[in-house]
Write a protein that binds this ligand. Structure first.
Ligand SMILES: Cc1ncc(COP(=O)(O)O)c(C=O)c1O
Length: 383
């Protein structure tokens, strides 16, 4: 049996909506009918003040840092255990990413280490919600309030997840989603910027920046009779074709979440007893006060060479399991910034020992059972 790590899932409506754009609406530009539909759907479902659809999660992050009025040299605290986009968004705005360590229980930024990294130059914190499971937002909010810092949630992996009774992406001043094809709801590439502040000037600034620095959106709304260049900007506006595709996915948001929950529960139930093996540290779990969107399922080993061997043996039986991230602080770029191995011990240990199992919405029961059976056999053999 061959089991890939990820597989795109289609709801069946994608072609119909794409055809609607091509044959009926004949309008593939940004901010068309489907862009309005998806942004409204996200605003209503998650009770967001304003959503701007973007070309990627990366672009939503870049826009969000742009919006908080950063001066060159200002510092933004982020986890090192994340995708490079979190750090790039900071660098692109001439600020300095300061890497903090993560907590071993949820692999998210450690509030205690955030406190240690705060200086006079700190302007913001960007927590990510790894695997769709929330960071410790109560403590992060407390720190932000105490030091007057912005919170930008990198909720790229966490669309439709919750921390207590709030959806992720809606807790910070700004939130960022990704609809990349490795995520739960996809448009190939795509993202969204969530503005949670009730601040009209922020919304206006975002609209201008996303539209090449022009007031085209005000023009489309009939607020001005012509549009022109008003500020620095870029083009972060997705084609309506992408948004038509995404609408077919978002309409089925909870159905997709439910299918993924079943996969997660099966993995959890089937692999629960592997934690008694010496070579295993833990398996993925969702704390009581959080609700996952079930983006992925991971196992943490106790030794790096056993982890690598497990990935190799899984490959031999047709199962693609993966690891990530190379922590940003010890990546090529991180080293250039002056960081070194040993700076963030929990991040380094997790990155050396994690394995992510195949996880996709349409994964069948027999495939899940095949993975569980082989993982168990391999761990028994390696123990
Ligand atoms: C935590 C995190 N941030 C940002 C991104 C970037 O999102 P995108 O691929 O949509 O640019 C990703 C995507 O993998 C991610 O996992």
């Amino acid at each position: 049996m061959k089991i890939p790590f990820n597989k795109e899932y289609y709801t069946g409506k994608e072609k119909e909506y794409l055809n609607d754009v091509i044959e009926k609406r004949k309008h593939t530009m940004g901010d068309g009918y489907y862009t309005k539909q998806v942004s409204r759907l996200l605003e209503e479902k998650f009770s967001v003040n304003k959503v701007f659809m973007t070309t990627s999660g990366t672009h939503a992050l870049e826009m969000s840092v742009k919006l908080i009025n950063i001066n060159p040299g200002d510092e933004i605290i982020i986890p090192s255990y994340t995708f490079p986009s979190t750090a790039n968004a900071v660098l692109k705005n001439k600020a300095v990413p300061i890497f903090a360590d993560i907590k071993p229980d949820n692999l998210n930024i450690d509030p205690k280490d955030i406190r240690k990294k705060i200086t006079k130059r700190t302007k913001a914190i960007i927590p990510i919600h790894y695997a769709g499971i929330a960071a410790d937002m109560e403590e992060i909010k407390r720190i932000a309030k105490e030091y007057n810092l912005y919170i930008i949630e990198d909720a790229a992996q966490a669309v439709n997840s919750k921390y207590r009774d709030q959806y992720l992406g809606t807790i910070g001043n700004l939130g960022c989603f990704s609809f990349h094809s490795t995520k739960n709801y996809i448009s190939g590439e795509g993202g969204a910027l969530l503005i949670n502040e009730e601040d009209e000037s922020l919304i206006k600034k975002a609209a201008v920046f996303r539209e090449k620095g022009t007031n085209r959106l005000s023009f489309l709304k009939g607020e001005v009779d012509k549009y022109s260049w008003v500020e620095e900007g870029s083009s972060y506006l997705p084609s309506d074709l992408l948004m038509a595709f995404l609408y077919a996915q978002l309409e089925k948001m909870d159905e997709i979440k439910f299918k993924r929950k079943k996969i997660f529960e099966k993995y959890k139930e089937g692999l629960n007893n592997i934690i008694s093996y010496r070579c295993i540290d833990k398996i993925c779990r969702v704390p009581e006060d959080r609700q996952s969107n079930y983006n992925s399922f991971y196992i943490i080993f106790n030794e790096n060479n056993v982890r690598d061997k497990a990935i190799e043996l899984l490959k031999k039986v047709g199962i693609t399991a993966t690891f990530h991230y190379i922590p940003l602080h010890i990546s090529e770029m991180g080293k250039k910034m002056g960081y070194k191995k040993g700076d963030l011990p929990v991040t380094e240990r997790i990155a050396e020992n994690i394995v992510r199992l195949p996880f996709y919405t349409q994964m069948t029961e027999s495939k899940i059972n095949y993975v569980i059976k082989n993982v168990k056999n391999i761990i028994k053999e390696l123990n």
